[in-house]
Design a binder for this molecule. Sequence first.
Ligand SMILES: CC(C)(COP(=O)(O)OP(=O)(O)OC[C@H]1O[C@@H](n2cnc3c(N)ncnc32)[C@H](O)[C@@H]1OP(=O)(O)O)[C@@H](O)C(=O)NCCC(=O)NCCS
Length: 143
Amino acid sequence: MVYKTVRLTDGRTAMLDWLREDELSEVVEALNSVIREGKYLFMNNEITDIEEERRWFERGTKEGMRYLVARVEGRVVGGASIHPHTDKRAHVAEFGIYIRDGYRNLGLGTTLTKTFIEIAKKHGLEILGATFKVAHTWFPPLR
Ligand SMILES: CC(C)(COP(=O)(O)OP(=O)(O)OC[C@H]1O[C@@H](n2cnc3c(N)ncnc32)[C@H](O)[C@@H]1OP(=O)(O)O)[C@@H](O)C(=O)NCCC(=O)NCCS
């Protein structure tokens, strides 16, 4: 049972589901394709160390990270996540999102963002922030 099914504006269906460790390679491949474009993400270098990625996944899971993977026709086409801060900033989480070239402007980014606003509220978070290539941005407080 997937977390959410989304109808894209071109009529295709995207499935959103929680990231599993056994799909890290596919997710890294999708993320690397966006990193290679070189103009969007704050990450400059492709991810090559899958063991490090596994450690990141384990650490993130312990820290309350929530990560949804989007698939169209079985292919990973993007993902989004929230990663809460700790202690005094436990009400704040970092939001990240990427959609693979060829699957943009079909409504997926909007749906993922709205979905995470709801997930964040459900978990008592009050503020989401995002790191872009040039700056860190705060979204308006969640209500
Ligand atoms: C930005 C991104 C997440 C949006 O997802 P999407 O599925 O393409 O977005 P949607 O189809 O839901 O919405 C498209 C809207 O976002 C706008 N948009 C798309 N990319 C944009 C960008 N880089 N900057 C500003 N607006 C953008 C479109 O113009 C469109 O606006 P409209 O609804 O007024 O017509 C996606 O295009 C993407 O991953 N881009 C490359 C990586 C990136 O920029 N990630 C975010 C920075 S960390």
